[in-house]
Design a protein around this ligand. Structure first.
Ligand code: FES
Length: 144
């Protein structure tokens, strides 16, 4: 199992909501990779259409969830060996039947949708999302 790089120092991005995508960019069950506040994340919708955000790195052997992973119910499922991570980020199933390591977890972020855009809250680990925090737009300009 790989160490999760998220355990490093706090990156120099201010606390707040980051506009990371248009709502239509995340339409199906497949996870969509994005970059925001210096991190690689994935976005996906649950069965109710609610958007979720998580790190784009599986702690097993470092596979990218954005390379074919899905949000199944409220679980992020890795496309490589099928490890499943529940709503709190903990691994809840290893299809091969191996015991689940205590440290097998991923970081998740709070996401919301407003005015046709998806926003992700960035703060210290464990910090509750502040609905009134500043909003930063980090979408890349793809208009050419
Ligand atoms: S790399 Fe994700 S389950 Fe193996």
């Amino acid at each position: 199992m790989r160490a999760v790089p998220d355990a490093g120092p706090v990156l120099p991005f201010p606390k707040g909501w980051y506009v990371v995508a248009e709502s239509g960019d995340v339409a199906g069950r497949e996870l969509v990779g994005i970059e925001a506040f210096g991190r690689e994340l994935v976005l996906g919708r649950d069965e109710g259409g609610v958007v979720h955000a998580a790190q784009d790195l599986c702690p097993h052997v470092g596979g990218r969830f954005s390379q074919g992973g899905v949000l199944d119910g409220d679980c992020v499922v890795c496309p490589f060996h099928g490890w499943r991570f529940g709503p709190d980020g903990r691994c809840v199933e290893i299809p091969a039947g191996d015991p689940i390591p205590e440290r097998a977890r991923i970081r998740k972020w709070t996401a919301r949708e407003r005015e046709g855009c998806i926003e992700v809250f960035h703060g210290r680990r464990g910090q509750e999302a502040d609905p009134a925090a500043d909003v930063h737009d980090q979408r890349s300009d793809s208009s050419g």
